[in-house]
Ligand binder design. Structure first.
Ligand SMILES: Nc1ncnc2c1ncn2[C@@H]1O[C@H](COP(=O)(O)OP(=O)(O)OP(=O)(O)O)[C@@H](O)[C@H]1O
Length: 322
């Protein structure tokens, strides 16, 4: 198990980047770290890896992990950290890059391991291509395979699919995260992509203002977002005045609603006006005006600008979010 106890860090001793962070990661657990740009996601991975000295303690089970002040070579053998730059050897082939840190004592075993990993990242066909001739996305996949080569206990991934196209990304993350689960490798993933968190993580950490702002399994966080900041990390979000959707309600209380939780209903007391329709593939995102505020909801088709519409929101949802 990896534990962070009351960890704080600042790059310049003045402006805190992370404050009083507590975190527990069980062996084999997948944790997503999400939050707005600059909230400290990458820094959190770097301090876990041991690149900086911190206040507080980072532990592998009961053993405290020490930072660069105590380690000649920063980092820990049982952990791999995949940064946003890939640090491949340009003149070496894909296969040689992946096998770079594997022992040459058992060449057959080494080759088998390299091929297994190239399959996980779907790079088998490019195994003999030199790293310098790869695209950014291909380099990222090779770097992923190399990080896994000497099976780590825990892998820290910083935006691991940032250079990979949507088509390949979906397949790759299914394969990679299934592989990590099968091998019982813990992973902590810093990501901007809500799918990484929603579809694969066991636990989600939300960072804001230097602190852990929320922590829960992704489904729980999505269904019961504690506030609009957390909800907005999963996509478009409405903050609707309660009195606008609940007749008789007074005051300025707002509730959080995702666009997919609001639908059209002919005879509804909730009246809005259509402003715009945006095609999203499987649905249209409709922007409307309700009681002087913008509201987003989903519909099967585009709606005419200026049209008057009725909206439906389930009573149960209103109650649970109020
Ligand atoms: N080497 C550094 N020296 C000084 N300040 C830094 C350094 N690296 C990051 N910071 C600052 O620390 C804060 C957190 O940065 P970090 O890169 O960890 O955020 P992030 O959440 O990963 O951002 P993004 O999502 O944009 O990658 C930012 O204010 C950033 O400017």
């Amino acid at each position: 198990m990896l534990k962070l106890k009351n960890v704080s860090f600042s790059y310049d001793d003045e402006n805190p980047v992370l404050e009083n962070i507590h975190l527990r990661v069980q062996q084999g657990e997948h944790v997503s770290v999400i939050g707005e740009s600059g909230c400290g996601k990458s820094t959190l991975l770097k301090i876990i890896y041991g690149l900086f000295d911190v206040e507080g303690g980072i532990y592998r089970n009961e053993e405290q992990l020490l930072g660069p002040a105590f380690n000649l070579v920063p980092g820990h053998d049982f952990m791999k950290y995949l940064a946003q730059d890939f640090d491949l050897m340009p003149p070496l082939s894909v296969a040689d890059n992946v096998g770079k840190y594997l022992s040459n004592m058992f060449p057959v075993k080494k080759k088998k391991r390299v091929m297994e990993l190239l399959e996980v990242v779907e790079m088998t066909e490019l195994k003999d291509v030199k790293a310098k001739n790869l695209s950014g996305g291909q380099q990222q996949r090779v770097a992923l395979a190399r990080a896994l080569a000497k099976k780590p206990e825990i892998i820290l991934l910083d935006e691991p699919f940032s250079h990979i196209d949507q088509f390949r990304k979906n397949n790759l993350r299914r394969r990679l995260f299934a592989y990590l689960k099968k091998e019982n490798i813990s992973c902590i993933v810093a990501t901007h992509d809500s799918t990484d968190a929603l579809s694969f993580a066991d636990n989600t950490i939300v960072l804001k203002n230097h602190k852990v702002y929320a922590e829960a399994p992704p489904e729980e966080l999505y269904k019961n977002p504690p506030n609009a900041y957390v909800a907005s990390l999963f996509g478009e979000v409405n903050q609707v005045l309660l009195k606008s959707i609940k007749p008789g309600e007074k005051g300025r209380k707002k509730i959080i609603l995702y666009p997919e939780e609001i639908s059209l209903k002919d005879k509804s007391a909730i009246k809005a006006q259509v402003k715009n329709s945006y095609f999203q593939g499987n649905v249209w995102l409709i922007e409307g005006r309700l009681d002087g505020q913008n509201i987003f909801f989903e519909n099967d088709s585009a709606l005419e600008k200026g049209m008057s519409i009725g909206l439906e929101i389930s009573e149960e949802l209103i109650k649970s979010r109020s």
